[in-house]
Design a protein around this ligand. Structure first.
Ligand SMILES: Nc1ncnc2c1ncn2[C@@H]1O[C@H](COP(=O)(O)OP(=O)(O)OP(=O)(O)O)[C@@H](O)[C@H]1O
Ligand SMILES: O=C(O)c1ccc[n+]([C@@H]2O[C@H](COP(=O)([O-])O)[C@@H](O)[C@H]2O)c1
Length: 221
């Protein structure tokens, strides 16, 4: 019997996607022995303001560019599922893809505020979580309320590599060369990135922009 496909999930605003996303994802694929990763381009992070958030279409297009020629599949599946909260998305995922196994990936900035996410302990019980070090956030992540709870569930990357031999909750802390890139810095340097990317489509009303065809995880090889 062949082993289940092991897929990493990196949720994000991707406003816009940048080389740091690509690099941390490739690093996680390697460190955890993942077969692939899906980027879940969020319709809207529940904890982030809507102001300044580019249309989903532009964020997905930028994500596709960043993911080129890598085992990374950008998707707007939360838009299709109608979910905003990660706990709801992941509950649907495990029902929808029973033959896959998933690992939730996130940067240390998200571990620092993970205790503010809806049903964060339920997320932790749904699948292992791997946290990638991020400059400026590692100390806050280590002392965060969620990390206090996670301490007893720490495992090594090697234990994720041994497919089928782990169960959630499980937390892996991944250390590597710090990557200083951020979407905030890109927006500061180029506030019009989405307009430029959408080109002639830029005047199409948002509701029509959202009728674009998304890559669906089912289409993944
Ligand atoms: N340079 C980085 N190092 C480690 N993790 C990162 C890095 N950039 C993004 N991430 C992680 O990737 C995921 C998606 O990030 P997101 O789309 O919010 O980008 P961002 O650069 O953090 O954006 P913003 O600056 O707008 O907050 C999050 O889990 C985030 O922690
Ligand atoms: O479910 C929540 O309560 C929740 C709160 C904050 C962030 N998230 C998710 O965290 C992921 C990272 O978001 P971001 O904006 O930091 O890139 C993205 O998938 C969000 O939907 C989820």
């Amino acid at each position: 019997m062949s082993a289940a496909v092991l897929t990493g999930l990196l949720g994000g605003s991707f406003n816009p996607a940048h080389g740091g996303h690509r690099r941390i994802t490739l690093f996680a694929i390697d460190a955890l022995g993942l077969d692939e990763a899906w980027w879940l381009v969020s319709p809207g992070n529940p904890l982030k303001p809507k102001a300044g958030m580019a249309p989903l279409k532009a964020r997905l297009l930028a994500a596709r560019r960043q993911a080129r020629r890598a085992r990374i599949l950008p998707t707007a599946i939360e838009q299709q599922l109608g979910t905003r909260y990660t706990a709801d998305t992941l509950a649907k995922f495990v029902r929808r893809y029973p033959k896959r196994r998933f690992v939730w990936l996130m940067g240390a900035d998200n571990l620092a505020q993970f205790h503010r996410w809806k049903d964060w302990r339920r997320i932790a019980r749904t699948m292992p979580i791997a946290v990638i070090a991020r400059p400026g956030y590692d100390a806050g992540a280590m002392t965060s309320p969620a990390m206090v709870w996670f301490r007893r569930y720490r495992v090594s990357g090697a234990s994720i590599r041994k497919r089928g031999q782990w169960s959630a909750p499980a937390l892996v802390l991944l250390r590597f060369d710090p990557d200083h890139r951020s979407a905030t810095a890109i927006r500061r340097a180029n506030a019009d990135w989405a307009e430029a990317l959408l080109g002639p489509d830029r005047d199409v009303p948002l509701r029509d922009r959202l009728t674009f065809r998304t890559v669906r995880p089912e289409d993944a090889a």
